[in-house]
Write a new protein. Structure first.
Length: 153
């Protein structure tokens, strides 16, 4: 903080940094890592700043975009953003939505189709070179192929 303070030239910024320093010094005994004071801390629990970094996702969506939110709408938006971040939005949505049996069958069918599309493809054999005899009997397989190829051009 001293280094940052020494680089400031603006009086307003200097005043703000001094106020901040004063606040930190007055409240130092109440600023602690909560994991040090809680028994049985969950594995992977984050330290200070965990809430602030997650809050950014929500505040970015709801502030400075010219939007106005009712209390109910704001709560709904927070729940949606929370569901996206936690990966639980789909389950929460489907839990409150009932489907007809036909729609359920169609969904299962589309899921099976997507599983088929995810299967690995067979390797390509490549192009085989050859020629088609132009003067073969018209009743043979090669003659039929020759006629088809002539019609297509």
């Amino acid at each position: 903080m001293d280094t940052h303070e020494s680089t400031l030239t603006d009086k307003k910024a200097l005043k703000k940094i001094k106020e901040f320093r004063s606040y930190i010094l007055k409240n130092w005994d109440r600023i602690f890592d909560w994991r040090d004071r809680v028994k049985n801390v969950p594995e992977g629990a984050r330290g200070l700043g965990a809430m602030e970094s997650n809050q950014r996702h929500i505040s970015f969506r709801m502030k400075k975009r010219g939007m106005h939110w009712s209390e109910l709408g704001a709560e709904a938006m927070v729940k949606i953003k929370q569901g996206i971040l936690n990966g639980t939005l789909r389950e929460a949505y489907l839990k409150h939505r009932s489907r007809s049996e036909r729609k359920q069958r169609n969904l299962k069918q589309s899921i099976r189709m997507s599983q088929l599309l995810k299967q690995p493809v067979r390797p390509s054999v490549g192009v085989k070179h050859g020629s088609v005899a132009l003067h073969s009997s018209s009743s043979s397989a090669m003659g039929h192929l020759s006629k088809i190829l002539e019609l297509s051009f």
